[in-house]
Design a protein around this ligand. Structure first.
Ligand code: ZN
Length: 67
């Protein structure tokens, strides 16, 4: 779907990781990064860097059933 119509960002859940804004796609659940032209799928390197920035806070949220 997304390869044809483009991703559908969930703007309500966008968050800043200290470098970029991120959210997830409402259709494919992929991770989207905010670029100058709008939302696009993050590259593997960007997602890896993003995961390293999220740190302990998201792990605690996941442990609490919130993430
Ligand atoms: Zn998508």
């Amino acid at each position: 779907m997304c390869s044809i119509f483009g991703h559908k960002p969930d703007r309500g859940h966008a968050r800043h990781d200290g470098r970029d804004y991120w959210t997830s796609c409402r259709r494919c659940n992929g991770q989207l990064i905010r670029d100058v032209d709008g939302w696009r799928a993050g590259t593997a390197a960007e997602i890896s860097f993003h995961d390293s920035l999220r740190g302990d806070r998201d792990e605690q949220r996941a442990a609490a059933g919130l993430g």
